[in-house]
Design a protein. Structure first.
Length: 318
């Protein structure tokens, strides 16, 4: 077979030639919340690698590890009737509505020791799927596919689920030690699956930062932004842009941020999210006490030091 013929056979015949994967971070390259290179216990609703949420029925006591080949493995630690799966939700109500009444195909490379490892899709209810939607349980990588048509109007959650689960997400019998590994998750318009669409890391990161954005001090410390002192303790923060517009005005958490006025600081600040739009934010707050030599109108600097648990995080996940 000629190279031209091979290329033509791998091109999509429906949908887009490029940027066709609706799944974000389908190869698990972005992980702003942590590295997960050692086993991490999971609870229902946990977000782990960007855009992926762990969900369960029953109490399978699952753990997750991010493997060196980029795949993610979820392993159960209890024998129960239930499910253990990773889910990604999509913004189905964006205008113009792009997911209503269309045919899509999900594909993923999955390895598992149970024949209950499968793909499910939800769009106001679990959808009827065609294709090789479940793993054989043989312990090797297999390409799973699921083709479906969405309702004419999606009016609740639209999401893809991969994990130990029954058809239409019915509960199944789970044995401790059962696992699934997954990589190269893709959902594209049309009735056939095409090879996984790789993209540069920075492209995936920017897509993820629409939903979650974190600034961490580790490893070298990080400047968070400038301030103007109201007096020798309280300050207003200067507006700062998000690297990409967020889905909605985000919620805000932080841990151990310092204020410096010149070379002077007195510990960690109390911060509030004074102004948050989808594209900019500002942080107001107060130092732990009066800062030496600080006066009204002086300029300060918010700083996150080098320890791994120091962070400022903005969350706009679905």
């Amino acid at each position: 077979m000629s190279n031209a013929r091979k290329l033509a056979d791998n091109l999509p015949t429906e949908g887009h030639f490029g940027n066709r994967n609706i799944v974000i971070n389908g190869n698990f390259t972005v992980s702003q919340r942590g590295s997960y290179t050692s086993s991490t216990s999971l609870s229902d609703g946990n977000f782990t690698l960007d855009r992926w949420q762990y969900t369960q029925d029953g109490s399978p006591n699952s753990s997750l590890i991010h493997n060196s080949d980029g795949s993610v493995r979820v392993t159960t630690g209890a024998s129960v009737t239930g499910s253990a799966r990773l889910r990604q939700k999509f913004e189905y109500a964006l205008v113009p509505r792009q997911y209503d009444g269309k045919t899509f195909t999900v594909s993923a490379k999955v390895k598992s020791n149970t024949a209950n490892a499968r793909i499910n899709v939800y769009a106001g209810g679990y959808l009827s799927l065609t294709g090789t939607t479940a793993h054989s349980g043989g312990g090797s990588y297999e390409t799973l596919t699921a083709t479906f048509t969405t309702p004419s109007t999606i009016n609740t959650e639209f999401s893809v689920h991969i994990g130990i689960d029954g058809a239409s997400s019915a509960n199944v019998s789970i044995t401790s030690g059962q696992y699934f590994e997954v990589k190269e998750v893709q959902m594209e318009e049309g009735s056939i699956h095409t090879p996984f669409e790789h993209e540069p890391y920075e492209t995936t990161l920017r897509k993820c930062q629409r939903y979650y954005y974190t600034l961490r001090g580790n490893p070298n410390g990080k400047h968070l932004g400038g301030t103007t002192m109201r007096n020798n303790q309280y300050f207003y923060g200067y507006p700062r842009s998000f690297p990409t517009p967020m889905r909605i005005a985000p919620t805000f958490t932080y841990n151990n941020v310092s204020l410096y006025v010149g070379d002077h600081t007195n510990g960690y600040c109390t911060l509030s999210l004074a102004a948050a739009e989808t594209d900019v934010f500002a942080l107001n707050g107060n130092a732990a006490g009066a800062v030496n030599y600080a006066e009204t109108g002086h300029t300060g600097l918010l700083y996150i030091d080098v320890y791994a648990d120091r962070h400022v995080t903005f969350d706009a996940e679905l």
